[in-house]
Design a protein around this ligand. Structure first.
Ligand code: FES
Ligand SMILES: [Fe+2]
Length: 407
């Protein structure tokens, strides 16, 4: 469990919060590149870390990400016209370029030159791996974009979706590193051996969580799950995969789900589970980021399927099983009323890691994950002698290099 103040610290990411300041030091996914398919296409609403924003692609293809509220009288720039290298507010015609400069105030006397005194809040954007990323922190602290393997492969090697999760980001992250739910929520298989070792090792990219099970001859089979600061998890499946839990605001999260193959196109047979929405991707209502199975319809739970034993939850697909159970904990889970057991050791340790990282950052210390090359890692499964500590054997299995990183 956490003290209420600790829970507040970890879950609040709006402007002016300590965790919000930490998140704003990293590149954050804002939307898919395909949502802004062409120059001068319609603008798109984006909400990140509690801030309402609007994204547009200008005539030259540059992406602007501006405060959604027009600085004149706060009308939404979403209704604006995207024309001739700028977004023009539909209310009185003020116009802004991709960097937030005010280009025109047609309803004002020209000689007042009001536009020179107006600057709209804007955040720099970069496109990597089919995603528009933004940096919302102090301009002089902007890091280089990290070496994320999945962003460097061709589109044919990658499959990616996103959907809104109606709860706080930390419920998502904790679910991602909660290995003991795998055999219940997703499988209903209680016969699997119980892990005997739980580790969370702080690293230069974030942390690596290890769950160890006894193997033959005193060896340990480790499942090593990588967390990249501040909200990424990499999955050691074939194809490889991962999630990012990006706060929309404190009670809503955009979860990005991706699968990729580093060196070849994804094959039809390995994508079967994803195509039928049984894997880590949710099927959305057409044209939206909202899942067809959602909180309002109890994720279309099938009680017969649940009682027949064919599904532990009666809910179809890994994505909706996770989403549903995490949302059921409330918009922001009250971690002060929990009763934790040994199998929650990774959860306890990851919270301690986040609190310690936040404390160090708030005291002026450096953050993990800002060296772009530190992200050259994958999650992994491996067996090692029981006499060796997890932190002494994990590095050689998770660190990667290769031609994909050659620029
Ligand atoms: S509110 Fe946007 S121009 Fe007036
Ligand atoms: Fe899960």
């Amino acid at each position: 469990m956490l003290k209420p103040q600790e829970n507040e610290l970890l879950t609040r990411t709006g402007p002016g919060t300590p965790m919000g300041a930490l998140f704003r030091r990293y590149w954050i996914p804002a939307l898919f590149s395909t949502s802004l398919p062409a120059p001068d296409c319609p603008p798109v609403r984006v909400k990140l870390l509690g801030e309402p924003l609007v994204a547009f692609r200008d005539t030259q293809g540059r992406i602007g990400l501006l405060d959604e509220r027009c600085p004149h009288r706060t009308a939404s720039l979403f209704f604006g016209r995207n024309e001739d290298n700028g977004l023009r507010c539909a209310y009185h015609g003020w116009k802004f370029d991709f960097a937030g400069n005010c280009l025109d105030t047609p309803s004002e006397p020209r000689e007042h030159n009001l536009k020179a005194r107006i600057k709209q809040k804007s955040y720099p954007c970069q496109e990597h791996g089919g995603v528009v990323w933004t940096y919302m922190g102090p301009p002089d602290q902007q890091p280089e974009f990290p070496h994320l393997e999945w962003t460097k492969v061709p589109p044919s090697h990658r499959f990616m979706t996103r959907h809104v999760q109606e709860c706080n980001w930390l419920q998502g992250l904790e679910g991602g590193f909660d290995t003991s739910h795998l055999s219940f929520l997703h499988k209903g298989d209680t016969t699997l051996s119980v892990p005997t070792r739980y580790e969370v090792i702080p690293t230069d990219y974030g942390f690596v969580a290890g769950t160890g099970r006894e193997a033959e001859n005193g060896a340990i089979t480790w499942s090593a799950n990588v967390m990249l600061m501040p909200f990424h998890k990499l999955i050691a499946t074939t194809p490889l995969g991962g999630h990012m839990w990006v706060p929309i605001d404190d009670q809503n999260t955009m979860i990005y789900c991706f699968e990729y193959s580093p060196d070849r196109p994804l094959e039809d047979d390995e994508m079967e589970r994803s195509r039928t929405w049984n894997g880590i991707h949710a099927e959305n209502l057409p044209g939206t980021d909202f899942a067809i199975m959602n909180r309002a319809n109890d994720y279309l739970i099938d009680r017969e399927l649940q009682s027949s034993g064919h599904s532990f939850t009666g809910i179809k697909g890994l994505a909706m099983q996770d989403c549903g159970i995490q949302e059921s904990m409330g918009p922001i889970a009250d971690r002060s009323i929990e009763h934790l057991g040994l199998s929650d050791a990774v959860i306890v340790k990851l919270r301690r890691f986040l609190l310690a990282t936040l404390k160090e950052f708030s005291a002026g210390g450096t953050l993990p994950g800002l060296d772009p090359a530190s992200y050259r890692v994958r999650s992994a499964r491996f067996t090692a002698p029981g006499s060796k500590a997890f932190q002494d054997v994990v590095d050689e299995h998770v660190r990667i290099d290769g031609p994909v990183f050659a620029d």
